[in-house]
Design a protein around this ligand. Structure first.
Ligand code: FAD
Length: 379
């Protein structure tokens, strides 16, 4: 593994150095847009960026990182997303799961495992939702029972993104009643008793899966935190899923907006139709700019040492609103592209519908904003 020749001292220098590196290292994705292709491309990108050192910036030395502020990770993600090098949703898993491992795993386990994720050697998944417990996550019922030094897990998870590609899972289980009875484990997905059944989404990709646990033995030293820490772990993880990874998602959406502007102009030129609907494009841009400003503020708060919390629900609402507006605009301004002629626009349009579901639905985010930020009482 080689480190970058010159240590970048500022965020601006880091960005410039990454850009320079990309001019000599072509990591462009091939024509395979299947999920297999996307996962393979993501691993390739992470491997190359890790070997070059870039993927290690912004992470602590204890887990193989090269240090520096978390904003360096955001900059790297932005450069990756704006070049369309990796699907931004699955790239986000690093930003969601690695901080959790650093905060909750025994230090030796975090030191061993986090580099495997950063380097693309492994894919991990997040086993939170269950058939009866999505929005009401605290009602989850997958049981973990002590058995000597081990724990035995029984139950079912659902909507587990990329479970079929994952070597490990950050798993929430029930070890006692109530919020304080939720315990998290870092589980090897090849443990006997785990069955993964991929589920097809409406955009035609098996992005997530049902995961069944039948007498799955998990060593006690794979517990994340202590018994009963699982709810707090979820409260610490979800703000990352609802904010920090959006900086690079917004970069991806800007790239799509630019593409839309270009294709709208082309359509207009070839059909002789009236000029592009600037108001619609302007509204899409404004929504994107709004979440970008919000995301910038979140990155600043993180850099100042803030612990992210319920205020990230604002980021989530703004992101989902902007993403859906952008793809609605594509549907409106490129007649037939989403419905008939362009599989990529169609796939991304359909996936944008999930933006108000994953990471907690739009209704739940608004409940959090009303209850915990605006103090408006219970929903
Ligand atoms: C693309 C995608 C990827 C995902 N990846 C993962 C993953 O990797 N790991 C994981 O654990 N989960 C994952 N999920 C699951 C996701 O977290 C849940 O779908 C989400 O939390 C909602 O839960 P649910 O589907 O059970 O819906 P429900 O909770 O059953 O909600 C159904 C509807 O009722 C509304 N509702 C529920 N309660 C309230 C309330 N109190 N007030 C107002 N409205 C309410 C909801 O907003 C929603 O519209 C993923 C989902 C998607 C779409």
């Amino acid at each position: 593994m080689t480190s970058p020749v010159t240590e970048p001292a500022t965020i601006g220098e880091f960005r410039a150095a990454v850009r320079e590196w990309f001019t000599h290292n072509d990591l462009s994705a091939g024509p395979d847009h299947s999920l297999d292709g996307q996962v393979a491309q993501l691993a390739r990108v992470r491997r190359a960026l890790y070997d070059a050192g870039w993927m290690r910036y912004g992470w602590p030395a204890e887990v193989g990182g090269l240090g520096g502020p978390a904003a360096l990770r955001a900059v790297l993600g932005e450069e990756v997303a704006s070049r369309d090098l990796a699907e931004p949703g699955i790239y986000s898993m690093i930003e969601v799961l690695a901080p959790t491992m650093i905060s909750y795993a025994p230090p030796a386990l975090a030191a061993e495992m986090v580099p495997l994720l950063l380097s693309g050697a492994e894919q991990w998944c997040q086993g939170f939702s269950e058939p009866g417990s999505g929005s009401d996550l605290a009602s989850l019922s997958t049981r973990a029972e002590p058995h000597g030094d081990d724990w035995v897990v029984n139950g079912q998870k659902v909507w587990t993104s990329l479970a079929q590609y994952s070597q490990r899972c950050v798993l929430l289980t029930r070890t006692a009643p109530g919020h304080g009875g939720i315990t998290a484990f870092f589980v090897d997905m090849d443990t006997p008793g785990i069955t993964v059944r991929p589920l097809r989404t409406m955009h035609g990709i098996d992005e997530f899966a049902e995961v069944f646990f039948d007498d799955v033995v998990v060593p006690g030293d794979r517990m994340l935190g202590r018994p009963g820490d699982g709810w707090q772990l979820a409260m610490d993880l979800l703000p990352h899923e609802r904010s920090t990874c959006f900086w690079h998602r917004v970069a991806f959406l800007y790239e799509r907006l630019e593409r839309l502007v270009g294709e709208t102009a082309t359509t207009t030129a070839t059909t002789g139709a009236a000029g592009a609907d600037d108001a619609d494009l302007g509204a899409a841009y404004l929504a994107l700019h709004t979440i970008r400003c919000r995301s910038h503020a979140t990155q600043r708060r993180l850099a100042d040492g803030a612990r992210l919390g319920p205020e990230t629900s604002i980021d989530k609402v703004l992101l989902a609103t902007a993403e859906q507006r952008l793809f609605d605009t594509a549907r409106d301004l490129l007649p037939g592209a989403v419905e008939l002629t362009d599989p990529r626009w169609r796939s991304e349009y359909l996936y944008s519908r999930a933006a108000t579901i994953y990471g907690g639905t739009a209704e739940i985010q608004r409940n959090i904003i009303a209850r915990r930020l605006l103090d408006l009482g219970k929903e």
